[in-house]
Design a protein. Structure first.
Lengths: 275, 85
């Protein structure tokens, strides 16, 4: 009998039971091993059971959905993260990761897909910054809690991150659908502590890709920042509440647009802006 | 110029340091207002006349004359967007 996979996502602990080695291998892609300073209030068990060519997914014994092996992750991701958000009351989300300088200045790196968030945040991690997430931050008032998710690196970006490229043969991956893989890694696999905790941030940097060009940082108006963040997704809560939460956050932090040429100059620019 | 205007019903107005972010549920639309537009929206309370609004803006921004053309443009836009009625 295969031991269940158990892991925490903020206020929820999930146990996933399966006897399938194939599914267990797929699940490696999503298993989070971050230390999380958030009290656990909910526990949920999922069973993934083979039934002929497909697998049934049940939650606490109740049938949810049936999928082919390759699509089990696609079903589990929204289920698990959906439960976390539901139990937290559907907080407002910012599409961005979160990091802290050695001097203790915590900030968000936001931006559209393929702007370079994960590459830049991975570079920061390798340079000794504390990096909590590369994807989504949750808001409660002006308190920011990174949503725990393994960092997702697109295969073409590995050439910019040789330390992670060296780990790639042992990392779980999925087909990115455009002819390349997407690898997932945990900071712990790079020998770093991965700690996620709610807290304030001092700044938001919104990335604009300028790959291969010059890096520059400019201050953004708060209205401009709200507008940019709103284009990157929305909360499942009411739109009015979401806007209000974004405005409250943006009004208490420094706002910058970071036109990113390369990761080294971008990190320098961020540190300079933060003082 | 003694007419008065007021904010449309149900607007969700959020203040940030450099203006307002207004959500209009009836149209499911977000509006970003600069300081001047935010002040005009605020002053359109159904009581204050457009003439008085012009005078407040002239004093606030220490202008020699009332910026009537700019105010008219701004009000026209706010009305066109359904934020003022």
């Amino acid at each position: 009998m295969r031991p269940p996979l158990s892991f925490q996502l903020l206020n929820c602990v999930f146990e996933i039971r399966t006897e399938s080695a194939t599914i267990a291998e797929y699940l490696r892609y999503m298993i989070v091993d971050a230390e999380q300073a958030v009290p656990v209030t909910h526990r949920t068990a999922f069973d993934v059971i083979q039934s002929g060519d497909t697998y049934t997914i049940s939650e606490n014994g109740k049938f949810i959905v049936e999928r082919y092996a390759a699509n089990v992750l696609d079903a589990l991701y929204p289920l698990l993260y959906g439960r976390v958000l539901e139990k937290l009351g559907q907080p407002a989300q910012v599409h961005g990761g979160c990091a802290t300088t050695p001097g203790g200045k915590r900030f968000i790196v936001a931006g559209p897909g393929s702007a370079g968030k994960t590459t830049l945040l991975s570079h920061m991690l390798l340079q000794g910054l504390k990096v909590e997430s590369d994807d989504v931050c949750l808001l409660e008032g002006t308190t920011v809690t990174p949503l725990p998710r393994r960092f997702h690196v697109k295969e073409p970006s590995l050439r910019l991150l040789p330390e992670i490229a060296a780990l790639a043969p042992g990392l779980p991956w999925i087909d990115g659908g455009r002819g390349f893989r997407i690898y997932s890694y945990s900071p712990t696999e790079l020998g770093r502590r991965w700690v996620i905790a709610p807290g304030p941030v001092e700044a938001i940097f919104f990335l604009e890709p300028n790959h291969g060009g010059q890096t520059r940082v400019t201050q953004a108006s708060r209205i401009d920042m709200v507008s940019r963040l709103m284009q990157q997704g929305r909360s499942r809560n009411t739109v009015g509440k979401w806007i209000g939460d974004l405005c409250r956050l943006v009004d208490t932090v420094k706002c910058y647009v970071l036109v990113i040429g390369d990761k080294e100059s971008a990190l320098e620019a961020i540190q300079k802006a933060l003082g | 110029m003694t007419s008065v205007l007021k904010q449309a019903e149900g607007l969700d107005v959020n203040e940030v340091a450099d203006g307002y972010v207004v959500y209009q549920p009836s149209a499911d639309k977000v509006h970003y207002l600069n300081h001047t537009a935010a002040v005009i929206l605020e002053l359109c309370d159904g009581v204050t006349t457009l003439e008085e609004i012009g005078e407040v803006l002239r004093e606030s921004y220490a202008l020699p004359t009332v910026p009537k053309e700019e105010i008219d443009d701004c009000i026209a836009q706010l009305k066109a967007q359904g934020l003022l009625v």
